[in-house]
Design a protein around this ligand. Structure first.
Ligand SMILES: O=C(O)CCC(=O)C(=O)O
Length: 279
C-alpha cells in the first residue's frame, strides 16, 4: 500500500528530506524504548559496535546508564528492533521513493546522552562513507523516541543540499576538547539555510544520504534516542563492498512485500552466492 502522498515524494526529491509526523503511536514508542533500555543496560564501555560519550564517564540516566552514543546492527540484537526495521510504514515509504525491492544498509541507534555537547559530531553527509554506490537510491529514516529539537538532541539539515555532490570533509582541533570536531569544508555558504525541526516521539525524518545534516546536542537530563534505518534500492550496488554491517545487502522487501527475518536471511545467502559465482 502507498505510504507517502505524491506531495511527500516530491518534497523528498526536491528538498532532500521529508518529515512524517505521528507515524508510531505512544505505545509503539514505549515498546521501542523498552527494547533500547534492555540493550543499553548491559552495554558497558568498550562493547564492540557501540560508541560512548567522550566528555564524561559518570553514570548516565536510567535509560542509558553507560552513556552509549551509538549502537550498530540493533536489528540483530532485539526482535522488537528487527520488527521496527521491517515496519510496513517505514519500508513502504521507501518503496514509494525507490521502488519495490529494498535492501538494508544500516540499522543503528544514535543516543544523545544527558547533557551531551554533540557539536563534535559535526556537519556531514553520509554518502561519502558509502561511496562508490551505483546510483542515488539510498536514504535514512530516523524514528524519534523522545521530544527532540535544536538543543534537545534533534537533527538539523540543509534543505536542497543533497544534489551539490560530496563536499570535502575535515576534522579540526577545538581548544579544550578531548576530540576533534568533524566539519564540511566550505559549510559557511550553506549555514544560512539550516533548519532544526522539532520532532515528537513517533515522528520520522527521512533524508537523502547526500544531504548535509548534523545530530544536535542534548542539554536535558534525559537520554534522547533516534533509531536509524538506512535502506537502499536493490539495484543500488555497494561497488567496493564497503558496508561491513550485518544488515548490508539484507533483503527487506521484494515486490513491495516485507520479508520475514527468515526469508531475508535465506534470500541474502542466495543473492550473495549468485553474485559471487557471477564473479
Ligand atoms: O541522530 C541524528 O540526529 C543524526 C544522525 C546522523 O547524523 C547520522 O546518522 O549520520
Amino acid at each position: 500500500m502507498q505510504q507517502l502522498t505524491q506531495d511527500q515524494v516530491d518534497h523528498f526529491n526536491v528538498e532532500g528530506y521529508v518529515i512524517l509526523r505521528d507515524v508510531f503511536s505512544r505505545s509503539e514508542v514505549e515498546t521501542l524504548l523498552e527494547a533500547m533500555a534492555d540493550l543499553l543496560a548491559d552495554k558497558k564501555r568498550g562493547t564492540p559496535g557501540a560508541g560512548y560519550d567522550r566528555w564524561s564517564t559518570e553514570p548516565g540516566d536510567a535509560l542509558n546508564p553507560h552513556r552509549v552514543t551509538y549502537l550498530n546492527d540493533i536489528f540483530a540484537l532485539d526482535d522488537r528492533l528487527d520488527a521496527h526495521m521491517r515496519d510496513p510504514r517505514l519500508a513502504g515509504a521507501f518503496c514509494d521513493l525507490f521502488g519495490p525491492d529494498l535492501n538494508g544498509y544500516q540499522s543503528a541507534a544514535v543516543i544523545k546522552t544527558v547533557q551531551l555537547n554533540f557539536d563534535y559530531h559535526g556537519w556531514h553527509q553520509d554518502a561519502p562513507d558509502y561511496m562508490p554506490l551505483s546510483n542515488y537510491k539510498n536514504a535514512c529514516a530516523i524514528t524519534y523516541l523522545g521530544a527532540m529539537g535544536p538543543d534537545t538532541g534533534g537533527t538539523s539539515l540543509v534543505p536542497r543540499s543533497h544534489r551539490v555532490g560530496c563536499l570535502e570533509r575535515g576534522h579540526v582541533e577545538v581548544e579544550g576538547w578531548p576530540m576533534k570536531k568533524r566539519i564540511i569544508i566550505g559549510f559557511e555558504e550553506y549555514e544560512p539555510r539550516v533548519i532544526s525541526p522539532q520532532f515528537n516521539p513517533g515522528d520520522v525524518l527521512v533524508f537523502d544520504s547526500w544531504i548535509m545534516h548534523r545530530a544536535n546536542s542534548n542539554y536535558t537530563d534525559e537520554s534522547k534516542i533516534g533509531l536509524i534505518n538506512v535502506y537502499m534500492s536493490r539495484d543500488c550496488i555497494d561497488l567496493e563492498g564497503k558496508n561491513k554491517f550485518q544488515v548490508a545487502d539484507l533483503p527487506i522487501t521484494r515486490d513491495r512485500k516485507v520479508l520475514s527475518p527468515g526469508e531475508s536471511r535465506l534470500l541474502k545467502e542466495r543473492e550473495v552466492q549468485a553474485r559471487d559465482s557471477a564473479g
